[in-house]
Ligand binder design. Structure first.
Ligand code: 6PG
Length: 475
């Protein structure tokens, strides 16, 4: 046996990761359900490194050095369970199975527990960066037993993206934590994309800019605080011309956004944990609304009630949008990190936000200059109650706040939808409010259901005898 790592599931992500391992000098055993994919990989890229071609699971497992390390890159759900079962049957105690797909973290918790009972290590690893990242350096978020990281970490770190000499890969925490963190990463990715979409829509609808001109704005923004992979590719997408019509490609793409599920999972989990991830939720719902094509068709032409003229100072409004985008982005990340803290507490994972900000600086879809600031903020104060309260972000929002309000109010008066900008601003206003209408909610709950309330001036729970003499009693 000579392979240091095995990869099973050789679709694009799997092939690219296998090639990445090989290019870094590791011997890689290859396995795929249909042998044609394995052969194609060896034929096209065999010269990139040392690959071991295998046909059966037994042969595959037999090709691996001990402790055996197998990375599974198959579809989340049943296909993953099926491959795990086959592998587990052929492996020995101490061997390591790594699931590199976008698995639901609760599945990972279940799988880890059941493989642990059989003496095997199961590592649920979030891998971000798309096809290009898989080949040239992804961000990797491995969970699972800490002992297994000793045998696995150096291998993963060698193929991960590097920022300032630090690999974008670290042991995240026990069982499902790696996939949980990847899920929240994707939720933030959804929010980021939605915010960029709203900025694009405002530049087009409020300022009348065409795709090319908007591309220039994004390129310009990418030179500053907003510098990020998503802003960079936004400009590229906007600049792309359609070969068939000569129009900007974006103008001939159907405006119905799809989703594979990780954003939705993030919001479901946030609901269970009681964490308001409003920016991410708006992004998920915005995709759903865009996809309600029949409803939208029927609603075109409904009253618009536009109450304002378009902004006349294009430069000022463009700068306002940039500020609104930045501030809303801070909110989305703050909420995502809140969810990570809540997940960590719920499952006893002891997650470190600064480590996540560190490994998200490169390789992954949400990589951005901004993450250095998040890392600094958590390095300085690991117990930060909210990212919004870190001095750097507090100042950034103070600088942005007037612009943010102008953008949300102008969009509203013009009838341009800005669900993520607006809800992020409302979140911020609610968070900083001294009093919230929740007091009234508590009064109503006590009225119809005797659910009790707390008082601002006394300890304990109280109830008003609403259907009696309306005096107050201690509950
Ligand atoms: C990544 C991406 C990756 C994938 C998403 C797309 O981090 O590399 O997030 O995981 O592209 O699953 O998600 P949707 O299809 O739901 O947009």
């Amino acid at each position: 046996a000579r392979a240091q790592i095995g990869v099973t599931g050789l679709a694009v992500m799997g092939s690219n990761i296998a090639r990445n391992f090989a290019r870094h000098g590791h011997t890689v055993a290859l396995h795929n359900r249909s042998i044609a994919k394995t052969d194609a990989l060896i034929e096209e890229h065999g010269s990139e490194g040392d690959f071991v071609r295998t046909e059966t699971i037994e042969e595959f497992v037999g090709a691996l050095q001990k402790p055996r390390r197998v990375l599974i890159m198959v579809k989340a759900g049943d296909p993953t369970d099926a491959v795990i079962e086959e592998l587990a049957a052929a492996m020995e105690p101490g061997d390591i199975i790594i699931d590199g797909g976008n698995a639901l973290y609760t599945d990972t918790i279940r799988r880890e527990a059941s493989l642990r009972e059989r003496g095997l290590h199961f590592v649920g690893a979030g891998i971000s960066g798309g096809e290009e990242g898989a080949l040239n350096g992804p961000s990797i978020m491995p969970g699972g037993p800490k002992e297994s990281y000793a045998a696995l970490g150096p291998l993963l770190e060698s193929i991960a993206a590097q920022v300032d000499g630090t690999p974008c890969c670290t042991h995240i925490g026990p069982d499902g934590s790696g996939h949980f963190v990847k899920m929240v990463h994707n939720g933030i990715e959804y929010a980021d994309m939605q915010l960029i979409g709203e900025a694009y829509n405002l530049l087009g609808s409020a300022l009348g800019y065409d795709a090319g001109k908007i591309a220039d704005v994004f390129t310009d923004w990418n030179g500053g605080d907003l510098e990020s992979y998503l802003v960079e590719i936004t400009a590229e997408v906007l600049r792309q011309k359609d070969a068939k019509t000569g129009k900007p490609l974006v103008d001939v793409i159907v405006d119905a956004a799809e989703q594979k599920g990780t954003g939705r999972w993030t919001v479901k989990s946030a609901l269970d944990l009681g964490v308001p991830v409003t920016g991410i939720a708006e992004a998920v719902f915005a995709r759903a609304l865009s996809g309600s094509r029949e409803q939208r068709k029927a609603a075109v032409g409904l009253a618009s009630g536009v109450l304002a003229d378009k902004p006349t100072d294009a430069a000022q409004f463009t700068e306002d949008i940039r500020q609104a985008l930045y501030a809303s982005k801070v909110v989305a990340y703050a909420q995502g990190f809140d969810q990570i803290a809540a997940g960590s507490a719920e499952y006893d994972w002891d997650l470190h936000p600064a480590d996540l900000a560190t490994i998200w600086r490169g390789g992954c879809i949400i990589r951005a200059r901004f993450l250095n600031r998040i890392k600094d903020a958590y390095d300085e104060n690991p117990k930060l109650p909210s990212l919004i309260l870190a001095p750097y972000f507090r100042d950034a929002i103070e600088t942005a706040i007037d612009s943010w309000r102008r953008v949300v109010s102008t969009a509203t008066l013009l009838g341009i939808p800005v669900p993520a900008f607006a809800s992020s601003l409302s979140y911020y206003d609610a968070l900083r409010a001294e009093r919230l209408p929740a007091a009234l909610t508590q009064g109503q709950r006590d009225f119809f259901g005797a659910h009790t309330y707390e008082r601002v001036d006394a300890e304990g729970k109280f109830h008003t005898l609403w259907s009696g003499d309306r005096s107050e009693v201690q509950a």
